[in-house]
Design a protein around this ligand. Structure first.
Ligand code: UD1
Ligand code: UDP
Length: 365
């Protein structure tokens, strides 16, 4: 029986960790241990996901919280190093691209613990994004790279990663959706928010490039207020975005706009219940670009680049400047948007493929 640490840190990690935890828990060769770094800590950014995705309380909680990049990274590294020395895990699995992903990888590799990265190989090519730095460092150090799509394999090969380290396993986010599909479909989320199916849009924004700069956030606020006059919008507000809207004096304007409904961060079942019946998404989230492609919902991503190009080439996603938002929404409303298709390995069986790959690697070692 090997001991495997599964690292959970921030909102987008929980729906990647949950299906794999359940799969590994069923196996007789492995003991999965959940380590929460505490990067996200509000109940609606963390606890609700543990409850809905049926994750047990974390076995280990590092309680790191918020801080600058260096503070957060160093905090996780220092705290997790102590855990490794005490617990001596056989393997560490990190997911996604948040600061904790990179920090844990650094600590583990310095102490010679093998690391596997789930959702490896994604690249935006934009090193001004903190996540791109996290992806590059994590993938350079990890022993096993589990990729969601062929473009990710190609990125890794171009960086000189040997084929033997890469396994294409598909997209674990889709496993979480399938795990909770019945509850998402029976939740009647639009009705709970007074919305009619296919007659509203959902908004999520939290990238520093969109929400940390006053001028950019003011411009986005104007455009969103414009869109909501025509099509009601539900804006699930990330804590970073709320803080900045308040600091820049924009919150009241947005909140008071005709057709605009602002909510705190929503639970996964509520959020996906709203996404699946929406007319469109306006977002800068990584995960939402994939979920909308999977569900065939038009998605306007307010970014210059994406680390998930397959959602543009195959799915329903389009990158746009704020200036293009109104014309994109007009196209969607006229039914003039690609319906897209899904990558065959986004099938809800990624956790099985990951567990089987890990089993083979453990036995081959
Ligand atoms: C982090 C990730 C980002 C990911 C996002 C998902 C990094 C560098 N960024 O960004 O890749 O897309 O999570 O949501 O790892 N805060 C709260 N409560 C919380 C958590 C955060 O109020 O539970 C506030 C704090 O003011 C904090 C700010 O949000 O300073 C930002 O949190 P942080 O985790 O540093 O970055 P995110 O913007 O959430
Ligand atoms: N999400 C949620 N409630 C919300 C907003 C998002 O459950 O109010 C989920 C959604 O499934 C999304 C995931 O959280 O794919 C990832 O969130 P986020 O956008 O914070 O991170 P990113 O994917 O950009 O790193």
């Amino acid at each position: 029986m090997i001991s495997v640490h599964l690292i959970a840190a921030a909102r987008p990690n929980f729906m990647k960790v949950a299906p794999l935890f359940h799969e590994l828990k069923r196996a007789d060769w492995c003991n999965p241990v959940i380590v929460h770094t505490g990067q996200h800590y509000d109940a609606n950014m963390s606890d609700s996901f543990f409850e809905e995705l049926k994750l047990p309380e974390p076995d280990i909680h590092l309680g790191i919280g918020s801080g600058s990049h260096a503070e957060q990274t160093a905090g996780v590294m220092t705290a997790y190093e102590k855990i490794i020395l005490n617990e001596k895990p056989d393997w560490v699995i990190v997911v996604g691209d948040v600061n904790s992903t990179m920090a844990v990888t650094l600590s583990a590799k310095k102490l010679l613990i093998p690391v596997a990265h789930l959702e490896a190989g994604l690249r935006s090519g934009d090193r001004t994004m903190p996540e791109e730095i996290n992806r590059l460092v994590t993938d350079a150090l990890a022993d096993v790279l589990w990729t969601p799509s062929p473009d990710a394999d190609e990125n890794l090969k171009k960086e000189g990663v040997s084929d033997s380290k890469i396994s294409n396993v598909g997209n674990i986010m889709i496993d979480s959706y399938e795990l909770l599909r019945d509850q998402i479909e029976s939740n009647n989320a639009p009705e709970k928010f007074g919305l009619s199916p296919k007659k509203y849009g959902v908004v999520t924004l939290h990238r520093p490039s969109n929400v940390d700069n006053q001028k950019t956030l003011a411009q986005l606020t104007d455009y969103l207020c414009h869109v909501s006059q025509e099509t009601p919008l539900l804006f699930s507000l990330h804590p970073r975005t709320r803080k900045n809207l308040e600091t820049f004096g924009l919150f009241e304007k947005l909140n008071g706009a005709v057709g605009m409904q602002i909510t705190p961060p929503l639970s996964y079942i509520q959020f996906m219940g709203l996404v699946k019946d929406s007319r469109f998404l306006i977002t800068d989230s990584g995960g939402v670009q994939e979920e909308t492609s999977y569900l065939g919902i038009p998605c306007v991503t307010l970014r210059d680049t994406t680390e998930r190009p397959i959602t543009v080439s195959m799915g329903t996603n389009r990158l746009a400047d704020p200036d293009q938002l109104l014309s994109c929404i007009a196209e969607i409303s006229q039914g003039d948007w690609t319906t897209g298709q899904c990558h065959p390995q986004w099938d809800g069986k990624t956790a099985q493929r990951v567990a089987s790959d890990l089993y083979q690697r453990v036995n081959a070692a």
